[in-house]
Design a protein around this ligand. Structure first.
Ligand SMILES: [Zn+2]
Length: 305
């Protein structure tokens, strides 16, 4: 009798366990499916738009979705290369492409560097890579610098007295050129708003933002500036009110490098893509800092990362 009771109880418990598992796991499975679908959809759009990135290449990156969405509801995708076991990364790097939607090369080149990391990620850094911050600007029929609300995201970041600096600069210095419209107020746009939130949670040690077509690198904030990345020389553009360099580099004191590729519509050569990457990683190794502010140098052997 006792045996019989135990069997009944076990069957009941098993049933309960199975039901509970199903209730908890089903939304997770559903969620993963939805995310895969969102990423696939977005990769189809990116692959169809960019000559240098195929749909399959984009799918192979296995991007994650984030809480970030564009004005039109497109996902802002992210690829994370987390710390590896048994190796403390030197620091956290946030790399951003496609802030301006008409700078095609600034998105495509990030995919080429992702290919390098997929092969060679050695745990040297903890990377967060956002290949396309402004999907609406790139993916519309006629790609444009601004986002869907016609705001230049790189003038929409918060700085003290934003109205009297970003807006004033746009009126006085840019003659209200619509390509540089900073928006109605700082962080009015979902894309810039998400990025600032992401900077607050990820707390990168360095930020690298890719643009085109000025053919140079620029540096805002602390740490020694690099001389060059590949054939791109250091040249100070000046810090525009409301730009990422102004917000992150000057205000937040996070070293921020702007890489301006030479052409918006033509990719650098294979060799140049790899040289820019090599110099960038070399500079990061020498200049990235831990939170205690000590510069860590030459602790590791060379990594092709
Ligand atoms: Zn740009």
């Amino acid at each position: 009798m006792l045996d019989y009771f135990l069997i009944i109880m076990n069957i009941n418990m098993l049933f309960l366990l199975k039901t509970t598992l199903l209730i908890f796991l089903f939304p997770l499975v559903l969620n993963a499916d939805t995310n895969n679908h969102i990423v696939k959809n977005q990769c189809e759009k990116i692959g169809n738009k960019l000559g240098s990135v195929s749909i399959q290449e984009c799918m192979d990156m296995k991007f994650s979705t984030t809480e970030g969405q564009s004005v039109k509801g497109d996902p802002i995708l992210l690829k994370e290369y987390p710390p590896l076991e048994n190796r403390l990364p030197l620091g956290k790097v946030l790399l951003i492409g496609g802030t301006h939607g008409d700078e095609y090369s600034s998105v495509s080149v990030v995919f080429k560097w992702l290919n390098i990391l997929n092969k060679h990620h050695s745990g040297l850094f903890h990377w967060h890579i956002v290949p396309l911050l402004n999907p609406d600007g790139l993916l519309r029929k006629n790609s444009q610098r601004m986002n869907e609300n016609n705001v230049d995201l790189n003038r929409n970041f918060p700085i003290p007295d934003w109205e009297n600096t970003a807006i004033k600069y746009w009126i006085d210095k840019k003659g209200k050129d619509p390509r540089y419209y900073p928006g109605p107020e700082a962080l009015s746009e979902p894309e810039s708003n998400w990025l600032v939130g992401h900077i607050n949670t990820f707390r990168p040690d360095v930020i690298v933002a890719i643009h085109a077509p000025y053919g140079l690198i620029d540096h805002d904030g602390p740490r020694a500036a690099p001389d060059k990345f590949g054939s791109l020389p250091l040249s100070y553009l000046g810090t525009y009110p409301g730009s990422l360099g102004n917000f992150a580099g000057v205000q937040r004191q996070i070293p921020t490098i702007t890489v301006e590729l030479s052409y918006a519509g033509i990719m650098p050569t294979k060799e140049e893509i790899s040289n820019i990457w090599g110099d960038m990683v070399g500079w990061l190794r020498k200049n990235i800092v831990e939170n205690d502010g000590n510069v860590i140098q030459e602790n590791y052997d060379y990594d092709p990362e």
